[in-house]
Structures are given as C-alpha cells and as structure tokens.
Design a protein around this ligand. Structure first.
Ligand code: ATP
Length: 238
C-alpha cells in the first residue's frame, strides 16, 4: 500500500455542464492533516463532495488506502472509512440528539455516548446532557458538535471536514479542534476546509490552495507564511 490515505489525480467534476474542478491533483499522506484553502467559489466543497461520492467525477481518479473508489457509491466509501462532515451541519433537526446518534450507529446509543465521553470529553459531555432535546433547538456550536460526533462514531480513517467552525464562538471552535487533534492522534488522516486560516495552519501538516478549480499551491504551513500565496489567492481571508 502507498503511504497516502488519499490520492486524487486529474479530477474533474461540476454541476451539469458547469465544470468546477478542472483537473485537481491532491494527496493526503497517511496520518496527515491537509488544509484545503481557497477563496469563495474556488471549489473546495465540490472537491470534498466528489471525494465522498456525493458528486460524480467526470474524469480522473480517486484512490483511498490504495483502492480506486471514484466509481463506488457514497455509502461504500463511507463504509470503507471516509467520513464527510458537511458545511451546514447535516443533522436531523426534528430528531433528538439521541435519535440523531441512533441513526448513525443503527441502534441504542448508550455505548455510543460512552465512547464519545471517553474519547472526546468536551463534545461527549455536552451532548450527553442534551440527549432528549430536538437537534434543531441546540445552539449552533452544539449542532456542529453533534454533526462531528455522528461522523466520529463511524471510526473514520479519512475525515473530510467542511468549514466546521463557521459562525461559532471561539471557545466552541477550540472544542472542535481539540476533537480533531484527538482523531489525528488516533491515526486518522484529514482534509479540512477552514475559513480561519490560522486555525487550519496550526493543525495542518500540508496546505493545498485551490484557485478557480485548480491547485495553485502545495506546501507546508511555514512556506505559505513565508510567501505571498495568501495575498494572491485568499485576499482578505488571511
Ligand atoms: P465557499 O467557500 O464559498 O463554500 P467553495 O470553494 O467551497 O466556496 P464550491 O462551493 O465548491 O466552492 O463552489 C464552486 C463553484 O461551484 C461555485 O462557482 C458555485 O457557484 C458552484 N456550485 C456550487 N454548488 C452548486 C450547485 N449545486 N449547482 C451549481 N453550481 C454550484
């Protein structure tokens, strides 16, 4: 097996006739965290969705843990260990916290809650106190924690995280990044899209900058800081 959890080569994808990704090459080494940055509309969400199988690739290949997956349905990719935590949270608002977790684990949630408390205490405790509450009535931060918890309960080996911290208070963002750090310590690889560039750089081993559907830069965080790539591709976001 290669030393890459994920290898994307020449990937093209979009919406109907409108191509958004024009041949993207990207690698996530096993156990590494890659920050995927870029201006609004660069194609970051489209790339994560295509890797997860929610959008079909029109060309190119996606290899996950050495197997080609670009023709496999999303549920098989999820079962193989790829977990997309979508922007906008992707939880069932009318269902309770416990029911949201039950949908994920496919049965009673007691064990799941205990696992969450043991492995991700900040998130597990908070959710454990709110098991009977409809998810739609949670605070924004708690909703994001629930979305993250659902994903992490699948024991993913590749986490695709799309703007987890958007709109959240700094203290909640801390909890979420603590959880991501734990996931990484447990050996998972990650591709994270993040508005807060500093936060992303603090956790990332590598940075990939997407610009108009193409990779414009690949390097280590220190190389970004020492160059003008943020000014060129992210504008005021940096
Ligand atoms: P943002 O930071 O704003 O979320 P992004 O880098 O994640 O941006 P995408 O959401 O992947 O970018 O969008 C890339 C392009 O695809 C944009 O031009 C967007 O308008 C277009 N697009 C996204 N979703 C759809 C859709 N469902 N149908 C048609 N076009 C879409």
């Amino acid at each position: 097996m290669s030393g890459f959890a994920l290898e994307v080569t020449g990937l093209r994808a979009g919406y109907g006739r409108s191509e958004v990704l024009h041949g993207v090459d990207l690698r996530v080494p096993s156990g590494a965290v890659v920050a995927l940055l870029g201006a609004n509309g660069a194609g970051k969400t489209t790339l994560l969705s295509t890797i997860a199988g929610l959008i079909d690739a029109t060309a190119g290949t996606i290899a996950f843990a050495g197997s080609t997956i670009e023709r496999r349905p999303a549920y098989e990719r999820a079962r193989a260990g790829i977990c997309l935590i979508p922007e906008g949270r992707g939880i069932f608002r009318e269902l309770t916290v416990a029911e949201n977790l039950a949908v994920q684990v496919g049965g009673p949630v007691d064990d799941a809650v205990e696992r969450l408390r043991a492995r991700f205490p900040q998130i597990g405790e908070r959710l454990a106190d709110r098991l009977g509450q409809p998810a739609g009535t949670l605070s924004g931060g708690e909703q994001q924690m629930l979305a993250l918890a659902r994903g992490l309960l699948t024991d993913p080996t590749l986490v695709l995280a799309d703007e987890l911290s958007v709109g959240l208070a700094p203290v909640v963002v801390d909890s979420i990044f603590d959880a991501l750090a734990t996931v990484r310590e447990q050996g998972a690889s990650m591709l994270i899209v993040e508005q807060y560039v500093e936060r992303a750089l603090a956790i990332a081993d590598y940075v990939v900058i997407l610009h108009k559907g193409r990779v414009a830069f690949v390097g280590e965080p220190a190389q970004c800081l020492a160059s003008d790539v943020f000014d060129r591709y992210l504008g005021s976001a940096a």
